[in-house]
Design a protein around this ligand. Structure first.
Ligand code: NAP
Length: 463
């Protein structure tokens, strides 16, 4: 058998612990798949006394990342400490020292992808990151390799398992947001500080990475408009259900500032009933801009992504040749994520990863890809929910403002007040396609109406 691939593991927590366990317990299987042994040469942790998912030989453990990089026979540095400060240093130092890098760190790639990939090219080394998006779901390979003949026209993804778990509990068991979050924390699906998961930031980091691969867009996370589920009211889940829709936190990218399905959006609602998917996947993209955002979106109950429950991730990809393909599975957790990291190590050991990396030119400054479409130009149908005084003329005032902004209405739901004098009452309006800018201008005026209590709540419709 040929020379082993020597590995320094920087970080041995949830994901790193899983990687160490696979390397130490499944060495024979991995060596067969890789054609040579995968040898764990050093493990960097903060606290060597902490217990790990697998017993580490004491001479492997260090608290000093520099010592790990300097260990003889290390070919690859696996960065699994998280964060963007020390992790960035470790990755750049490893590349400068001639090591390949494997990472699961989406925040780092989304923030510093250009710098890191440029450094890798300078050093003629490879950066692998299958685990950075959707954990155990092989979406990076699907986009970068399996669909390489396509121009992707749209991506719709449930990329944050914590948010999907909370939404599922709110939808199926009628829980409040606070109660569903508390349950997610008790079961280990949410961190003690869940902010990045529930405010859409984590999904935006992952979308930035997918957009880079699919469209060559170097979008920094702050350029991606994002809304989370942390302000979602259970009332809107119930109204969506009444209208035939399920609310999901979606990370979306589609070509052009037009609608999700490639239409200019002047037509009436065309209900194919089977999927939220764009129906023009086989059409060549007409535009060089790509709309990117993360937000709660109403999907028809029958849409495939509407049926993804609990902490799972799923991504629908529309290619101009392949049509729609769907990828689903565990988006986080020790073993699913470690499985993706070790697959990258096998690809490096075989030599596949180096060739794909060189050809892909990811995060390249020379890459002339798509640019990000201004959020105001994006066209969508909208769900609008107001709390209004139960008196004559309110609906007429609201519809006049919408009409003034060229927005036509698809449906209206208003229930009688439970008791006379119970105010305000919810008023729900679903629009036809409109530019986001027109819609927001209308919302600004509607919020000024004296009969409207509190700011309007609105979400995109995913079809
Ligand atoms: N958890 C998931 O399901 C998941 C899924 C996909 C991607 N990711 C990504 O994978 C990465 C790792 O996540 P994780 O959940 O495994 O994190 P974690 O459980 O917090 O583990 C972090 C590890 O890094 C070590 N570490 C932190 N700071 C250090 C320092 N200054 N010096 C030396 N060692 C240090 C810690 O040492 P101690 O153990 O001694 O404290 C620990 O072993 C992150 O980028 C995350 O976004 C995670």
């Amino acid at each position: 058998m040929t020379e082993p691939l020597g590995i320094a593991l920087v970080g041995c927590g949830t994901v790193g612990g899983g990687v160490a366990k696979i390397l130490l317990e499944h060495g024979d299987r991995l060596a067969r798949r890789a054609g040579r042994p995968l040898a764990l040469r050093k493990v960097v942790v903060r606290d060597p006394a902490k217990s790990r998912p697998v017993a580490l030989p004491p001479d492997l453990v260090t608290t000093d990342p520099r010592a790990a990089l300097a260990t003889p026979g290390v070919d690859v540095v696996v960065e699994l400490i998280g964060g963007t400060t020390l992790a960035r240093q470790v990755v750049l130092t490893a590349l400068a020292a001639g090591k390949h890098v494997v990472t699961a760190n989406k925040a780092l790639l989304a923030e510093a992808g250009t710098e890191i990939f440029e450094a890798a090219r300078q050093a003629d080394r490879t950066v692998c990151f299958e685990a950075a998006v959707a954990g155990g779901v092989p979406i990076i390979r699907a986009l970068g390799e399996s669909l390489a003949a396509n121009q992707v026209t749209a991506i719709q993804g449930i990329l944050n398992g914590t948010s999907n778990f909370i939404l599922t509990a709110m939808t199926e068991r009628g829980m409040t947001y606070a109660a569903a979050l508390a349950e997610a924390q008790r079961l280990g699906y949410a961190e003690a500080d869940p902010t990045l998961d529930v405010d859409g930031s984590d999904a935006a980091h992952k979308l930035a990475i997918l957009a880079q691969i699919a469209f060559g867009v170097a979008a920094r996370p702050h350029e991606i408009e994002r809304y989370g589920i942390d302000t979602l009211d259970a009332m809107d889940i119930r109204f969506a259900d009444e209208l035939g829709y399920t609310i999901k936190l979606l990370a979306e990218a589609w070509v052009g500032e037009e609608t999700r399905n490639g239409e200019r959006g002047t037509r009436n609602d065309k209900d194919n009933g089977s999927s939220s998917a764009p129906n023009s996947a086989l059409r060549a993209p007409r535009s060089q801009t790509v709309a990117l955002h993360v937000a709660p979106v109403l999907l028809r109950h029958t849409a495939l992504l509407a049926q993804v429950r609990g902490a799972y991730n799923a991504i629908a990809v529309h290619g101009d040749l392949a049509g729609e393909t769907l990828y689903q599975g565990p988006g986080a957790g020790m073993m699913p994520t470690a499985s993706a990291v070790v697959a990258d190590l096998i690809d490096l050991a075989v030599g596949r990863a180096q060739r794909t990396f060189a050809a892909a030119k990811l995060w390249s400054r020379e890459h002339k890809g798509f640019t990000v479409a201004p959020a105001e130009r994006v066209r969508s149908r909208f769900y609008l929910r107001l709390l209004v005084a139960d008196r004559p003329g309110v609906l007429a005032d609201v519809t006049r403002i919408l009409a003034d902004e060229r927005i036509s209405i698809s449906s209206v739901v208003q229930h009688e007040a439970a008791e006379v004098g119970t105010e305000p009452v919810p008023l729900v309006i679903v629009t036809h396609y409109a530019e986001t800018g027109w819609f927001r201008a209308a919302i600004g005026k509607i919020n000024q109406l004296s009969a409207v209590a509190g700011p309007a709540v609105f979400y995109s419709m995913g079809d």
